[in-house]
Design a protein around this ligand. Structure first.
Ligand SMILES: Cc1cc2nc3c(=O)[nH]c(=O)nc-3n(C[C@H](O)[C@H](O)[C@H](O)COP(=O)(O)OP(=O)(O)OC[C@H]3O[C@@H](n4cnc5c(N)ncnc54)[C@H](O)[C@@H]3O)c2cc1C
Length: 458
């Protein structure tokens, strides 16, 4: 619902990654006063590469992690640059930079820095400031005008600051906290065990026997890179029904082996797989994904994480009892991230200004229940609650704020790349042939021409 009355709120955004940055932009555009608290020394979130991982527990078993980014040195984007940009700031090819369609991680970091500078966001950000506590100023006020106490600590001086805000936008990302499997003997296994969260380069695994657990994107990337230096690499996968692309890679390397799930780990270094085969391994790397966690947030139990279901959240963003004063950015997975974050930011900003209103508490709760029910009926495990994998959802979401639907070329390029990656896992990032026509369409579309052509070259 749209209203003409608008008001300005004092808003704290936690995190200066892609979603926090676009939140800051939209909130200030809407007339709010914005403070972004960012624990790191620069913007970028995951894309601010951090090689200093020795400080982290190898399995990431800390409530407050010391390292945020899980990006490894060799990482190249899995999505092509054309589909990634915010709607009014295309991810352009720039002379003298990484000009590939699927550039390395640093190029996306530079894009985010450009975004930040273009829209003058830096002055809103307080760097090296970690949020340690967020709670209601007055828990009796639920259902009325809420305010939040935000306690943060400056990294170098350790100075603690407590402030009060009308609203808090949580944009802290969810690819940092390792999600670990539970394997018999895991605690007793004496050799090296780590999560891909702290994997950076292959060299330390020179001549080792390494078991990589999980064959999603990181598991595949890391195995392919390890095979060049390690003695043997065993890729342990839930299903042996693998893609054509991965089969091709396995058949090329004598020292890369596919194995089923691990049955148990043994003190003598043995890793036993469920098919009865075993290896003596030097290292196990768990590429088993990440969990949602908000260690700083005290909502008196109103918002909870249950097996990676963050809820209750209306449209994955708004806890009905606390919204719009509290909101969450970037929770959905398996979507084209940046434009979606942008539509979330606009919705949050306009709700806080009073330009729009949310449905009633009952209607929001009913919508959440219906959604959970539909997932249950479809047999989707709870920990995949926020895996969307549907362009139409993003379009429907955007309709709440009249946000433009994803362009057809964006959707088609996304699908084309997924198909190509499945078949040509090793080469898809360097291929242009399949997408030639779609690319022309994209580059001639208003998304790419809106800033003028002098800024980019091909
Ligand atoms: C290995 C890997 C590969 C990926 N590849 C792709 C890809 O190819 N394409 C793609 O679109 N996405 C990819 N992603 C997903 C990526 O996370 C998103 O692109 C994007 O970074 C999400 O943005 P965000 O702002 O929501 O979270 P993040 O980028 O994680 O940013 C969150 C920010 O919050 C800050 N923060 C956290 N806690 C606190 C606190 N308590 N106090 C203050 N600040 C805090 C962090 O320091 C960080 O700056 C990949 C992720 C990983 C891990």
């Amino acid at each position: 619902m749209v209203s003409v009355r608008t008001q300005s709120k004092h808003v704290c955004v936690i995190g200066a990654g892609p979603s926090g940055l676009v939140a800051a932009r939209e909130l200030s555009k809407e007339g709010h006063s914005v403070v972004v608290l960012e624990q790191n020394h620069d913007v970028g979130g995951q894309w601010l590469y951090d090689p200093n991982v020795e400080v982290e527990d190898p399995l990431g078993r800390n409530t407050f992690l010391k390292v945020h980014s899980s990006i490894y040195n060799s990482l190249r984007l899995t999505s092509p640059r054309e589909i990634m940009g915010f709607t009014d700031f295309p991810f352009l090819v720039k002379k003298g930079r990484d000009m590939r369609r699927f550039p390395g991680h640093k190029e996306l970091f530079l894009y985010l820095k450009d975004f930040c500078d273009w829209f003058g966001l830096r002055e809103m950000i307080r760097f090296n400031t970690r949020v340690e506590y967020v709670g209601l100023l007055d828990s009796e006020a639920i259902g009325k005008d809420l305010r939040w106490v935000v306690r943060s600590k400056e990294k170098k001086t350790e100075k603690v600051v407590e402030e009060v805000f009308d609203a808090v936008v949580v944009a802290t990302g969810h690819y940092s906290q390792p999600r670990l499997p539970s394997i018999k003997g895991m605690d007793a296994w004496k050799r090296k065990q780590m999560h891909s969260h702290i994997y950076r380069v292959a060299e330390p695994f020179h001549n080792e026997v390494v078991v990589v657990v999980g064959n999603s994107l990181s598991g595949q990337d890391i195995s392919i890179e390890l095979v060049e230096v390690a003695k043997e690499v065993y890729l342990s996968s839930k299903s042996l029904n693998i893609s054509e692309g991965l089969s091709k890679i396995l058949s090329k390397h004598d020292t890369l082996h596919l194995r089923p799930q691990i049955e148990s780990l043994h003190e003598d270094g043995r890793v036993l797989f469920v098919d009865g085969t075993w290896v003596i391994a030097d290292t196990i790397i768990y590429c088993t994904g990440y969990s949602y966690t908000f260690p700083f947030l005290d909502t008196k139990g109103i918002v909870a994480v249950d097996d990676d279901r963050v809820g209750p959240l209306y449209e994955h963003t708004f806890p009905p009892s606390l919204a719009p004063s509290l909101s969450f950015m970037g929770i959905p997975r398996k979507i084209i991230g940046f434009p979606f974050f942008e539509s979330q930011a606009i919705w949050i900003a306009q709700l806080l200004s009073g330009k729009r209103t949310l449905p009633s508490w009952d209607d929001m709760m009913q919508s959440i229940k219906d959604f959970y029910h539909s997932r249950d009926l479809a047999g989707v495990p709870k920990h995949y609650t926020h895996d969307i994998a549907e362009f139409e959802y993003c379009d429907r979401y955007g309709d709440h704020v009249e946000f433009p639907h994803l362009e057809e070329w964006r959707k088609k390029l996304c699908v084309s790349v997924l198909v190509n990656a499945d078949v040509n896992l090793e080469t898809y990032r360097d291929s242009w042939d399949n997408d030639h026509e779609l690319l022309q369409e994209a580059l001639q579309s208003p998304h790419f021409t809106q800033l003028g052509t002098e800024a980019f070259t091909l």
